[in-house]
Structure formats: structure tokens, C-alpha cells
Design a protein around this ligand. Sequence first.
Ligand code: PMV
Length: 349
Amino acid sequence: KFIDKVSYTWQTPSNIALVKYWGKSNPQIPKNASISFTLNNCHTITTIDFERKRFSESKKVDFDLFFEGKEKEEFKPKIASFFKRIQEYCPYIFEYKMTINSENSFPHSSGIASSASGLSAIARCLMSLESKINPNLSSEFINKKTSFLARLGSGSASRSIEGPLVVWGNHPEIEGSSDLFGVKFSNKVHPIFNNYQDVILLVDKGEKQVSSTIGHGLMHNHPYAENRFQQANENLSKISKILQDGNIKEFIDLVESEALTLHAMMLTSNPYFILMKPNTLEIINKIWSYRKENKSNICFTLDAGANVHVLFPENEKEKVLQFIDNELSNYCQKKQYICDTVGLGAKQI
Ligand code: PMV
């Protein structure tokens, strides 16, 4: 049953992988399973106004795009190719003229990947329309299909619908896991990981020299690729146990090793590239000394860039925030960092 005019607004988060996805085959099928913390404060809020086309109007996908109040022609090709990829699963998008209004909670071009939150927000608005057209859809189906669609926009976006932990990629030990969509990590997690903190240090806010699409591509014919995919799947088994047992020392080892291995894959690609900056390494060394000197459980992870995510349990918040403000912020551009915590996923507004 088609509706003439309707609009939906969703807030969807960014996420930070603990076991990394790096390498894929078509169409956006990951070479290994990954798991991430869903974030809370770093999010996108997107409204889509859907207006039913008149009978005589063209049945081409038709949308306008506004980002932070301004029309953004330069973002349109990415969204247009996303719609092209999903149109066979959402044929109703041909029936509507869409006006998309989007804003991010984090500073524009802060070097934080906005594709995960941005594309999951569009996917979630589309699924609201779909469930209006077909009111019998279960919430489980809606979550899975939202993640499925988001994945076709950006792989990691498939992990930005639910929280606090999401697995994407088929894995024998994760019930219901799939290469096609993310699923909530459903085992009971130890309370040490409740409300886990993530402070994102903005080391370099510039455009990345090598996009993640190119980076994933360089895993084809990479000499270490097969071992890496196997290692990631093994790390997923390990972290699944660690998250349940609360073995924080093992958590730290695994998470930091995953971050450095991701960058090691970049260092050993052909052509090779380096996304870390000197300040990324300064920060890592500072984190290691702080951990030792203060018997702390702070650790770091990295995504495909120079920024550092500082992860720590909530009970260390006060002391670690002081350390970040007094010391680590000196290695950030304009001393900027973003305080975040683990969150629960998409919210309708
Ligand atoms: O979703 P993409 O294609 O931007 O890839 C993201 C890859 C990493 O952020 C480096 C790792 C991950 O699992 O999120």
C-alpha cells in the first residue's frame, strides 16, 4: 500500500572495530568476520522526505541531498551509486522523490569515517518506508535488512544498526552470523565492558591519501592475505570468550594487535602505504607507558587513518580523561578529541 507523502528521521551511530574487516569480494562480502563496539556520541541524523511521484513522472531514482543545511552536489554520486546497488531490493524507491537532509554530530572532515553512520541512516529511513508499505515486517527482519542495505553502501555500515557489540561476517561460533548483514553479539558480556569508553584523538583531520576502497582492493594478491583472514576469524573466537569472561589483559593484547595488524597489511601492500602519522606513534607509546605506570587497562585501536581511539573501562574515566587532556591532546590537531561511549544503535527521532 503506497503512501503519498511521509518523512522519517533516524539517528545512527558510527562504530569502532575490535577485530577488523580489511579485504572483501563482490558485492561487499567480507573476507573475514569482524566485531565492533557501536558508538553513541558520534552519529548521523538523517531525515528523508518521501513524496510519491505522479503517474507521468519518470521512474528514475530521484533525490536531493542536503548536508548540514546546504545542498551537496559532491556527495551525490556516492549516494546515487548506493541507490543503484540497492534498487533491486527496494523497488519502491523508484516511486518516490526523496529529499535527504543529513547532519553529523562530529566535526565535518574530522577524519572520522562518516560512511558507516551516514549510510546506515539512509538505509534505516528506507526501511521505515518499507514497513509503512508492508506493516507485517518483524523488527528482526527490519534490522537485518537495514544492515544488509547499509552493507552495500559501506561494509562497516552493516555494524551500525544495533549495539553494543555487532558481528558481521559468517563465523561458526557466532549464531546467526552472516556475510550479508551484521548481527548483535548475543552472548552475555562481562560487566567490565559495560559503558566502555572511547576517546577519539583527532591526530589528522585531512583527507586520507588512500581510501578504504583501494585498501580493501590491495588485499587481493597480498602475500599475507590468507593468513590474515584466518587470524581475524581466530581472533573473533578469542574475543568472543574474552568479552564473556572479562579477561581485560587478553582484551588489550588482542585489540591492539588487531589495530597494528591492520596497518601492517597496509605497510606490506603493493603499492605500500602508511596512514599513521608520527603523532599516532607518539600517542601509542604514551598509552603504553601510562598503562604500565598506572596499572591501567587503557588501550588503543586504529581504523584506516591516523586518529587513535583510546579505549578504557568506565571506572578509569576520571583519571584517563585527565591524562588525555594534559598529555595526549598535545599530539592532536588543535588539541581536539571526542569523548564517546559504547551505544545501543539506531534511534528514531
Ligand atoms: O567500511 P569500509 O569499507 O570503510 O572499511 C572499513 C575498514 C576498517 O574501518 C579499517 C575496519 C573495520 O572493520 O571497520
